[in-house]
Structure formats: C-alpha cells, structure tokens
Design a protein around this ligand. Structure first.
Ligand code: IPM
Ligand code: MG
Length: 374
C-alpha cells in the first residue's frame, strides 16, 4: 500500500537518497531539485543523506554501461531515487543493450518499481498553454497509474530473426494474474487516498476486444473491485481512452493500465496540460521505495543552455517526500511554493505565452527557494 502519512513509513533513521542526474538537461534541472531538497532538509529538520551516481548515457560514456554495477548497488541500498533524464541522439548507434533507455528499464526491473504514478494537472494560470480549449482543461487533475515492469516491454520471446528468408521482429505482451492484481490494488488504494470522502473513480484501460492478455486484465481488475465498494470502477478500450482524453479529459480521475498503453496515454495526458515541463512522476515498489523523475525527457536540443524548466524535477522532489519519505509537510511546502511562483508569473521559456519574458533554469529554482523562505 502507498504510504501517505509519516506514521505509515519507515522509521526515523537516516534515509538515503540517490540522485542520478543523467543526460541532456538532466544535470541542470537536478541541480535545482537538489537546492530545493537541501532547503527543506534544513527548514523541516529532515535526516537524509544524498549521494550522486552516474546513469544513462553519461554512465555509458564513463564506464561502458548505462547502469554500472556501482550505481545499481547504490540504488538498491537507497530509500529513494531522484532522476533527471536520460538519452540523446549520440547513443542511437550504441548497441541496443547499452543504450540509456535500457539502463532505465533495467533499473525499473531490478528494483521492482512496478507502479508508475503520472499525474496530469493543470495550474489555472497556465490553461492558455494547453492545445485544448481552456474550459475543457481548467481544473484538470488526473492520475495515470501505469504498470511498469511487465507487459510487452519485458515479455519474451522477443527479438529480430529471419523466418523463411524474411527478417521478422517480435515481442510478447504478457501479464500474469498476480502482476495484474498488484497494480489493480494500487489503483484502488490510490483512488481511495485521493478521495477520502468518497466519489473515487477508477478507469481500467485495456484492449480486451482483441487481446487475450487484456481479457485476463479486465477479469482480474473486476475481481479486485469487490474489495473496494467505495470506488466506482469502469473499463475502457485503449483507443477510446485516447480519444476521450483529448475530447473530455476531466471525465477521468485515476486511470490504471498496462505498460505500453500507459506509456502512450501518459504522454497524451501530459500534453493536455500544455506544460510537460511541469509534471513529476513516481515509480514505486511494493514497499514504497521509489524512483522519482520528471515526465519530460532529456531535451538534448536545449541541453547546456540553462533554459530548461526545473519545476517537474522540483515537484518530483515533493512527490518523493510525500510517497516514500512520508514528509507531508515538506512536500506541501514545495508544492505551495511552486504554485506561488506560477501565480507570480515567473516562467521558463517552455511555459511563456507570446510576449511574456522568461527566466533561466537557475532563476526558476531561485524563485521557488525564495517562495519557500517567504
Ligand atoms: C517513459 C519513456 C521510457 C518508456 C523510455 C525512455 C524507455 O518513454 O518513461 O515513458 O518507454 O517507458
Ligand atoms: Mg514514454
């Protein structure tokens, strides 16, 4: 179950945070995330150690592997991980097994981070940045819960081989009932936690009209629902869900879905907010340990320019404090500081509207620090 209060999480011993700056804009945005983390460590008297390790393309360059043993060991020993972003065009030609993305998939799988929470919410002041009409998205606050360590991403057999003289690529979408059940339970718990006073709605997304794996998915989710009479469950085919997300996104509350469908739908949901640079995410194991990272990628086109938006990383720090460390007060403080900065009109280039001026990555981080101290 997802820890939501400090009395539900690990004891008060020193907790270890491993920071993985990664590639592209990763190091720049992580620097701001760390400054904000340091600030709440001081102001809230938190007992944390923070260690940085190489990961992704940077680790491939330095050690010939995107997930070196030393980094993996440190991640295993950590209570929570904070990741910038990984990847870049310079790695497209690297052997498939050594590409940065494989490092990320390896980390998810090695640490059992099966529950991926991707919120899509819209700050009222930014509703003009959405490609949808403001009234369709005003007040949007949905959560996509994506299964992250199974499905077609990890299923076998997989490969490319010659069959009857023709090169053939293949992957396998596979879920066993235990995997479906544990993500469904997370979905219902998450839904309930968001709506302690009732009114929680969970939509399970599948392709049960075509795929056997989805047929089982639907059956298991429906069975789990009997333990959660307070949560209203619905089912939707993934093609319809994609359409409904851009037609009337506010009909959703929490969406639970498999790895591939979640990958696609969460990008669409992120874009609804018009500001993918604002969205944090969490990937949790069964005990509440988590990897926290911005939803956006490594943005190699703007890396090194000091203009990336650090708010998704800063909000990922808040999620880490909330979901793994149980430090609700510190998480609330960061989220309030970010809202304050947005209301005050501070904007990085990605969230400006024409005519508005923008600030640097560092200045945005500073604005959040100033708001925290005010
Ligand atoms: C994501 C990304 C990853 C995924 C890639 C980088 C492997 O798109 O986190 O959504 O497909 O899961
Ligand atoms: Mg993706």
């Amino acid at each position: 179950m997802i820890p939501l209060h400090s009395d539900q999480v690990m004891s008060a011993a020193t907790r270890k945070i491993v920071v993985l700056p990664g590639d592209g804009i990763g190091p720049e945005i992580i620097a701001e995330g760390r400054r904000v983390l340091d600030a709440v460590v001081d102001s809230h008297g938190l007992d944390l150690t923070v260690e940085e390790h190489v990961f992704g393309g940077a680790a491939y360059d330095a050690h010939g592997s995107p997930l070196p043993e030393m980094t993996l060991d440190a991640c295993r020993a950590a209570d929570a991980l904070l990741l910038g972003a990984i990847g870049g065009p310079q790695y497209d030609k690297a052997p498939r097994e050594l590409r940065p993305e494989r490092g990320l998939l390896g980390l998810r799988s090695e640490l059992g981070l099966f529950a991926n929470l991707r919120p899509a919410m819209l700050y009222p002041e930014l509703s003009a940045a959405s490609s949808l009409k403001p009234d369709l998205v005003a007040g949007l606050d949905i959560m996509i819960l994506r299964e992250l360590t199974g499905g077609i991403y990890f299923g076998g057999p997989r490969g490319i081989e010659v069959r009857n003289g023709v090169r053939t690529g293949f992957n396998t979408m596979v879920y066993d009932e235990n995997e479906i059940q544990r993500i469904a339970v997370r979905g219902f718990e998450l839904c309930r936690a968001r709506h302690p006073d009732g009114g929680a709605r969970l939509c399970s997304v599948d392709k049960a009209n075509v795929l056997e794996v989805s047929e089982l998915w639907r059956e298991v989710v429906t069975a789990v629902a009997t333990d959660y009479p307070d949560v209203e469950l619905s089912h939707m085919y993934v093609d319809n869900a994609a359409m409904q997300l851009v037609r009337a996104p506010k009909q959703f509350d929490v969406i639970v879905t498999g790895n591939l469908f979640g990958d696609l739908l969460s990008d669409a949901a992120a874009m609804l907010t018009g500001s993918i640079g604002m969205l944090p995410s969490a990937s949790l194991d069964k005990a509440g340990k988590g990897l926290y990272e911005p939803v956006h990628g490594s943005a190699p086109d703007i890396a090194g320019q000091g203009i990336a938006n650090p708010l998704a990383t800063i909000l990922s720090v808040a999620m880490m404090l909330r979901y793994t460390l149980g430090e609700t007060g510190a998480a609330d403080a960061i989220e309030a500081a970010v809202s304050q900065v947005i209301s005050a009109g501070v904007r990085t280039a990605d969230i400006t509207t024409p005519g508005e001026s923008s600030v640097s990555t560092h200045d945005m981080g500073q604005a959040v620090l100033d708001a925290l101290n005010s």
